[in-house]
Design a protein around this ligand. Structure first.
Ligand SMILES: [Zn+2]
Length: 282
């Protein structure tokens, strides 16, 4: 159950990440009530948030929420809240706003969660209000378990619209869509080309052809030494002949004896000829 919840939270946070551009460390606005609740149940608020959001968090409290805690006078809760970063709301400290008004003023900026805050609040009214603003993750403690609310209708609508626009962007706007894939393709081919060169490299100098060349060069040297081309031709013929026979040799075992004799003959023939040549030269 716990893992299931963690997975669904991770999924939800991916939506906030992609659609609303949330980035770690997440900035979390806590209200006075969640501070007192976690203090009363000795719940580690920061650790709970880290566990629930499975990420690094930056816990913040507004001046007005801090003021609300001072009014209650719960010293433990105050000292707990003092550990958090203070979010300046620029409301008059002598005439503080209610936590709801204060949090709404910093989260809802022209109907957008501009600063990408996650709000951790025990106040149902605050959460109800913030559900209308797309892209506001809401967290609260329920029976000493920290819970993240499912994606609000407003958030889900924006997320869906963005997905659809992404889909149709490529179909309706041919210019940007064509340019972008072309760039991607070019980069892809560029990235692919060196990759293809890698495997082609060993293919280029065919090991079989390289061996042949070496033999030819040796033969050339021999022929140059002997000063006759006919011996080279004989050798080449002999080599090709032996190769053909070797293939047969692998398939037909019975003819192997005769093959060997033939190869011997060819070798002896090549050996015999240079001897004859030397006599000719003399
Ligand atoms: Zn304020």
């Amino acid at each position: 159950m716990r893992q299931k919840r963690a997975k669904s939270y991770r999924k939800q946070l991916l939506v906030y990440h992609h659609t609303f551009k949330f980035r770690e460390p997440y900035q979390i606005i806590v209200d006075d009530q969640i501070v007192t609740t976690s203090n009363d149940s000795s719940f580690n608020l920061t650790k709970g948030l880290q566990r629930t959001l499975q990420a690094e968090v930056k816990v913040m409290i507004t001046q007005c929420c801090m003021q609300a805690l001072y009014e209650i006078g719960n010293q433990d809760a105050i000292s707990m809240a003092k550990q958090f970063e203070r979010r300046r709301c620029n409301h008059n400290p002598k005439d503080p706003k209610t936590p709801m008004e204060c949090i709404e003023s910093i989260v809802d900026i022209n109907g957008e969660n501009k600063h990408r805050y996650i709000v951790a609040s025990q106040d149902i009214q605050i959460r109800r209000k913030l559900r209308h603003i797309p892209g506001v993750p809401l967290v609260h403690i329920s029976r000493s378990v920290m819970v993240m609310e499912p994606l609000s209708d407003a958030s889900a609508r924006v997320s869906r619209r963005k997905e659809v626009s992404k889909l149709y962007e490529g179909l309706n706007n041919p210019k940007p869509s064509k340019e972008k894939p072309a760039e991607k393709e070019s980069t892809a081919t560029e990235s692919k080309k060196p990759k293809q060169r890698g495997p082609r490299g060993p293919k280029g100098p065919n090991p079989l052809s390289m061996k042949k060349r070496k033999r030819e060069t040796k033969a050339d040297i021999d022929s140059s030494k002997n000063g006759m081309k006919s011996s080279l031709n004989d050798k080449e013929e002999g080599q090709s002949g032996t190769k053909r026979r070797r293939r047969k040799h692998s398939s037909q075992t019975k003819t192997s004896a005769t093959d060997n004799s033939e190869t011997k003959e060819s070798v002896s023939g090549t050996n015999a000829e240079p001897a004859a040549e030397t006599t000719d030269n003399i």
